[in-house]
Design a protein around this ligand. Structure first.
Ligand SMILES: Cc1ncc(COP(=O)(O)O)c(C=O)c1O
Length: 382
């Protein structure tokens, strides 16, 4: 199969990720930080080593402020629900994944917060001035995806972060589509909360992710329970990461995440991004002037990660996805991509688009075969 669905999850993983996980679970599969025996201590060290490596990826100075979570959704909920209180106002965009939209909508529906959604340009870009103009005296949070998953447009997070800092508003970035493929530095980008998932760009397994929490922030725990110490207390410890990290962690996944990120760092984020951009751009150049296809968002590859949303005229997205899968053995993702508002913004609701997302392990040949398959599908309908 030609796998072009890396925005959903990267596949395959680097060999070292499989090997590390296999070895870890066979030799160090104890419950970290719980039992005090040597294997538990060694497992705990693995978790802390991963925390340090993730911190390196995002320029986080104090790795204790990095909470390991089960995915980006977990991290986003932890941040949003741990921060916002009754009467707060939040600013976001129409391009967000449901992880952000639903978390905010849930609070809004219960009359706890109010939300303003900022519109994007047809290219898929958010104008920082629009965010600035949406600020009210009640605004506590600005939350935005670094590169939304339908269009893949890279948003000007540093400019938005500076605006947030100037107004003493918390700035949260959903880096689900950029961690491991775009340079992110939480200090230089004025990020107060950074949510990421481990199974996409960081090349780790599913069930991993994290939330960075800036020093001046105190979050209420979203999940409460065992932390491995102070068991007699009925309250969560105040200390991070323990306050927010209850329950047995996904240790085998965390070991794999470290291996994935180390692989990314050894390859170089710039190299990985350049590869994904080259392949995506090849598809853009092949399709953009052909009237049989509609391309959504900017076609300027310097403004995008390796994500492209298209439609084939005369076909529903789901139909194209199914034909690619069944007749050509090519995996893409058709539909709404858990981002219904984004599709409303680009006029593709409710059928959505066909999203193609080449990854590090795709080749030029994969992309050539995909283009040929797509042209064949379009020709057959004429
Ligand atoms: C922009 C964005 N945010 C959040 C998520 C949620 O990630 P996860 O399903 O790993 O929690 C995704 C996943 O596709 C995403 O693309």
């Amino acid at each position: 199969m030609i796998y072009l669905d890396n925005a959903a999850t990267t596949f395959p993983k680097p060999e070292i990720v499989y090997k590390t996980m296999d070895n870890f679970y066979r030799t160090l599969g104890a419950n970290p930080g719980r039992s005090g025996h040597r294997m538990a201590v060694a497992a705990e060290k693995e978790v802390e080593d991963t925390r340090t490596v993730v911190a390196r990826l995002f320029g986080i100075k104090d790795s204790k402020r990095l909470i390991l979570t089960f995915n980006a959704t977990d991290a986003i909920n932890m941040g949003i629900k741990g921060l916002l209180k009754s009467g707060d106002h939040a600013i976001t965009t129409f391009l967000e994944h449901n992880a952000v939209s639903r978390a905010l909508n849930g609070l809004e529906k219960r009359n706890i917060i109010t939300v303003t959604k900022v519109r994007n340009s047809p290219d898929g870009l958010i104008n920082p001035d629009d965010i600035k103009n949406a600020i009210t005296s009640k605004t506590r949070l600005i939350v935005i995806s670094h590169a939304p998953n339908v269009l893949g447009t890279i948003q000007p997070i540093r400019k938005i972060g500076r605006i947030a800092r100037e107004h003493n508003i918390i700035f949260m970035v959903d880096a689900a589509q950029t961690a491991g493929v775009c340079e992110i530095n939480v200090d230089e980008d004025y990020v107060d909360m950074l949510a990421f998932t481990g199974h996409k760009g960081p090349l780790g397994p599913t069930g991993t992710g994290g939330l960075y929490v800036e020093e001046r922030l105190t979050l209420e725990p979203w999940r409460e329970g065992g932390t491995g110490f102070e068991p007699a207390s009925l309250s969560q410890p105040e200390e991070l990461p323990f306050k927010l990290e209850s329950g047995t962690p996904n240790t085998v996944g965390i070991a794999g995440l470290r291996a994935g990120i180390e692989y990314v760092l050894s390859k170089g984020i710039g190299t990985i991004r350049a590869h994904e951009q080259r392949l995506t751009n090849k598809i853009i150049q092949a399709l953009k002037d052909d009237q049989r296809f509609i391309l959504y968002g900017t076609t300027d590859i310097s403004q995008k990660v390796g994500i492209l949303s298209i439609n084939v005229k005369g076909f529903k997205a789901a139909e194209v996805g199914a034909i690619l899968d069944q007749s050509f053995d090519i995996a893409v993702r058709p539909g709404l991509h858990c981002a219904p508002f984004a599709h409303q913004m680009i006029g593709t609701f409710p059928d959505g688009t066909v999203r193609i997302s080449p990854g590090l392990f795709n080749t030029e040949e994969d992309v050539d075969l995909f283009i040929r398959a797509l042209v064949k599908i379009a020709n057959e309908r004429i």
